[in-house]
Write a protein that binds this ligand. Structure first.
Ligand code: GTP
Length: 598
C-alpha cells in the first residue's frame, strides 16, 4: 500500500534552466523545511556549490505531499547537475528513479544538455515529464519551447507543465502531475534484499553513509547486509531519508530511496554502483551497476608540504567515495616529489576536486597543467599510454604520437554560425555537417582534438556567440597530428612538471609564450634564473629572470616589529603555494601557465 504512494524522480535540465530553483519551490510548498530553514538553492549544500551557484553533486530528498485526492505521497526527488562535466552524476541518479522532470527554460528552449539528458532518461526507460520554466520572463516563449521539445526530443509536449520557479506559478499543478504521470515503483517486498548504492559520502562520526535505492526486500537497523562486489558483511546501524536533513526511519522498503549506515569505516569497502543484499538470505544476481566513465583530463597533484603525502592519499580516498568519477594513482616527479596523477572528467571537475580537497580536507596543493592522454606508437609497434607529457619518450624511440579526437555538436542560432566556424577552425577543427534544427537554430558538427576542447573552448564559444551556443561532445578515437614534447628548463635543469605537448607547427610559438609566461609568473629570487624551452636537446626559446635588487629585502630586517611581522606573514602567505624546484621558488600559477596561452 505504501509503495503505491512513492514517486521517485530526478530533475534534469541544461545548466541554469532552473532545476535547483524548482526543487526549492517544491520543498517550500510541501512544508518540507520551515521558513526559517529555507535558503535559496537549499539542495546545493556543498559550500562550493553555494559559492559558484551551480549544482555539482546529485542530492536526494524526501518530500511528503498531500494530493488533491486526499492521500499523502512520498516524493523522492533527486536534483542533478547540469554542466556537461557532471553528466555521470545525472546517469547515476536516473537509475534510482521511475520518472524525470525535464526542465526547459522558456526563453532559451532546448539546449545541448537538454538533449543529452533526455537521451540518458530515455535509456533508463523513465517517464519524462516536460516542464517549461521561467514563464515570468518577458522573453519567454512557451509555444516555441513546446515545438522544440516535440521536434527535437520526440516527446509529446501538449501537456507540458508551465511554471515559474521564481514566482512559484504553476508549481501546485506540477506536484499533481508528478502524482498522476510518474509511476509508483514496483519491487517485491518479500524477496531477498537487493539495493543499489547510487552515491556515498564519508562522515567522521557515522562512517560511510550510503545513498541507496531499494529494489526488492526490506532493510532495517540490526540487519546483516553484504556488499556483493566485495563480499564484505556489515550490521546496519541506521536507515533513513534526507528531508533534506537526515531523518531516521524504522525501515526502508522496496521502492524507497534513502540512506543506510553500517559502521563502514574503510572507504575501500564500498563503491558506487555496487549492490547490497542480506547476508543470511542473499539475492542470486547483483544489479547491473554503472559503467565506469574514463577520465578526459589528467593532472598531477602534489602536497605543498611533502610531509602531507599520506594525508593527501587519505583525503583522495574519502573524496572518491563521494565522487566516483575521480581516479588517482601514485606518481613521482623529480621537481615536485611524491604525489598523484589524477584523472578528471573535465576542467571544471578538476577545479572542483582541487577546491574540495582544500576546503573539506584542509589540503594545500600544487596541481600541474592538465593534459589529455596521448598514445605513443613505439618503434616495436606497441602502444604506450601517456597521461603525463613528461613521460613521452625521446623522439627516436617512437614512430608516432596520437591524440584523442572528439565529435563536437554545437547548437547555435543562425546568426552565429560564422563565428562558431571561425573558432572551430582556429582550434584545429574539421567541419563535418550542419543541420537546421528549426528556422532559427543550427546544429554544427566538427571533429577536433580533445585537447583543444577541454582547455578554453567552452569559454571562447560563449564569448564568440554572446552565450547563445551550447556544446556536447564525445570521444571518437585517436589520430596522428604531428605532436612534439616541449620541455621547460629552469637554470638549465628540465622541470618535468612543466613539460607539455603541442602541435609541431605551433611548437616555437608555444615555447616562446610559455617562456615569457614563466618569466612573468616566477618571482625574482636572489640570484639570476634562466628560463628555456627545448625540444630534445635543442633550445627554442629563452628568457632571464633578474635577481632582486638589494633594497627589496632590507625591509624585512628593519622597521618596527609590527610592520615586520606583517611583512613576514605576507611573505609566508605568498609562499603557501610555492614549490622549491632546485633553488628556484615556483608558484602554483606557473604550473598552469600552459592553460593561459592562446
Ligand atoms: P545548475 O544546477 O547549475 O545546472 O543550475 P540549475 O538548473 O539548478 O539552475 P538554478 O536553479 O540555479 O537557476 C539558474 C538561474 O535562473 C538562477 O539565477 C535563478 O534565479 C534563475 N531562475 C530559475 N527559475 C527562474 C524562473 O522561473 N524565472 C526567472 N526569471 N529566473 C529563474
Amino acid at each position: 500500500e505504501y509503495q503505491k504512494h512513492i514517486r521517485n524522480f530526478s530533475i534534469v535540465a541544461h545548466i541554469d534552466h532552473g532545476k535547483s530553483t524548482i526543487a526549492d519551490r517544491i520543498l517550500e510548498l510541501t512544508d518540507t523545511v520551515s521558513e526559517r530553514q529555507m535558503k535559496n538553492q537549499l539542495l546545493d549544500d556543498m559550500p562550493l556549490e553555494r559559492q559558484r551557484g551551480i549544482t555539482i553533486k546529485l542530492n536526494s530528498v524526501e518530500v511528503k505531499y498531500c494530493a488533491k485526492d486526499g492521500e499523502t505521497y512520498f516524493f523522492h526527488l533527486i536534483d542533478t547537475p547540469g554542466h556537461v562535466d557532471f553528466s555521470y552524476e545525472v546517469s547515476r541518479s536516473l537509475v534510482a528513479c521511475e520518472g524525470a522532470l525535464l526542465i526547459v527554460d522558456a526563453s532559451q528552449g532546448v539546449q545541448a544538455q537538454t538533449l543529452a539528458n533526455t537521451y540518458l532518461a530515455m535509456d533508463s526507460d523513465l517517464e519524462i515529464l516536460p516542464v517549461i520554466n521561467k514563464i515570468d520572463l518577458p522573453s519567454a516563449d512557451p509555444d516555441m519551447c513546446k515545438d522544440e521539445i516535440e521536434e527535437m526530443l520526440g516527446l509529446d509536449a501538449t501537456e507540458a507543465v508551465e511554471v515559474s520557479g521564481k514566482t512559484g506559478k504553476g508549481i501546485p499543478d506540477l506536484l499533481e502531475r508528478i502524482v498522476q504521470d510518474i509511476p509508483a515503483p514496483s519491487g517485491d517486498l518479500k524477496a531477498p534484499l537487493k539495493a543499489l548504492i547510487f552515491d556515498s559520502k564519508y562522515d567522521d562520526y557515522r562512517g560511510v553513509v550510503l545513498s541507496v535505492r531499494i529494489e526488492d526486500g526490506i532493510v532495517k537497523p540490526g540487519d546483516k547486509i553484504r556488499i556483493m562486489n566485495t563480499g564484505k558483511d556489515f550490521e546496519v546501524t541506521e536507515v533513513g531519508v534526507s528531508s533534506p536533513y537526515p531523518v531516521k526511519k524504522e525501515m526502508l522498503v522496496a521502492g524507497d530511496v534513502g540512506y543506510i549506515t553500517a559502521n563502514i569505516k574503510s572507504v575501500r569497502e564500498t563503491r558506487v554502483g555496487d549492490t547490497i543484499t542480506s547476508s543470511c538470505n542473499p539475492t542470486a544476481t547483483p544489479l547491473p551497476g554503472y559503467r565506469q566513465i574514463p577520465p578526459m583530463v589528467y593532472s598531477g597533484m602534489y602536497p605543498v608540504d611533502n610531509q602531507k603525502y599520506d594525508d593527501l592519499k587519505e583525503a583522495l580516498q574519502k573524496l572518491q567515495l563521494n565522487d566516483a568519477a575521480l581516479e588517482f594513482e601514485p606518481e613521482t616527479s623529480q621537481a615536485l616529489g611524491f604525489g598523484f596523477r589524477c584523472g578528471f572528467l573535465g576542467l571544471l571537475h578538476m577545479d572542483v576536486v582541487q577546491e574540495r580537497l582544500e576546503q573539506e580536507f584542509g589540503m594545500q596543493l600544487i596541481m600541474t597543467a592538465p593534459s589529455v592522454d596521448y598514445h605513443a606508437i613505439m618503434n616495436d609497434g606497441s602502444v604506450k599510454l601517456i597521461d603525463n607529457p613528461s613521460d613521452l619518450p625521446d623522439a627516436g624511440e617512437y614512430q608516432d604520437v596520437q591524440e584523442p579526437f572528439v565529435k563536437a555538436e554545437i547548437m547555435v542560432p543562425n546568426d552565429f554560425v560564422g563565428a562558431v566556424m571561425e573558432l572551430c577552425q582556429k582550434k584545429h577543427g574539421e567541419f563535418q555537417t550542419m543541420d537546421y534544427l528549426d528556422k532559427f537554430r543550427v546544429n554544427v558538427i566538427y571533429k577536433m582534438p580533445l585537447a583543444d576542447i577541454i582547455y578554453d573552448f567552452f569559454d571562447d564559444l560563449k564569448s564568440f556567440t554572446k552565450g547563445y551556443a551550447s556544446l556536447d561532445y564525445e570521444i571518437i578515437g585517436y589520430r596522428s597530428t604531428n605532436l612534439v614534447k616541449i620541455d621547460m628548463l629552469l637554470n638549465h635543469e628540465p622541470v618535468d612538471a612543466l613539460s607539455f605537448i603541442a602541435h609541431n607547427d605551433e611548437a616555437q610559438t608555444r615555447a616562446r609564450q610559455m617562456t615569457s609566461m614563466l618569466k612573468k609568473l616566477i618571482p625574482r629570487q636572489n640570484f639570476e634564473v634562466d628560463v628555456q624551452g627545448a625540444i630534445g636537446a635543442k633550445i627554442i626559446s629563452r628568457a632571464t629572470i633578474k635577481p632582486y635588487r638589494k633594497d627589496v629585502t632590507w625591509k624585512i630586517h628593519t622597521g618596527d616589529p609590527d610592520r615586520r611581522a606583517k611583512l613576514l606573514e605576507k611573505q609566508r602567505k605568498g609562499k603557501k603555494r610555492m614549490k622549491a624546484i632546485g633553488r628556484v621558488e615556483v608558484p602554483q600559477d606557473a604550473f598552469m601557465a600552459v592553460l593561459k596561452m592562446d
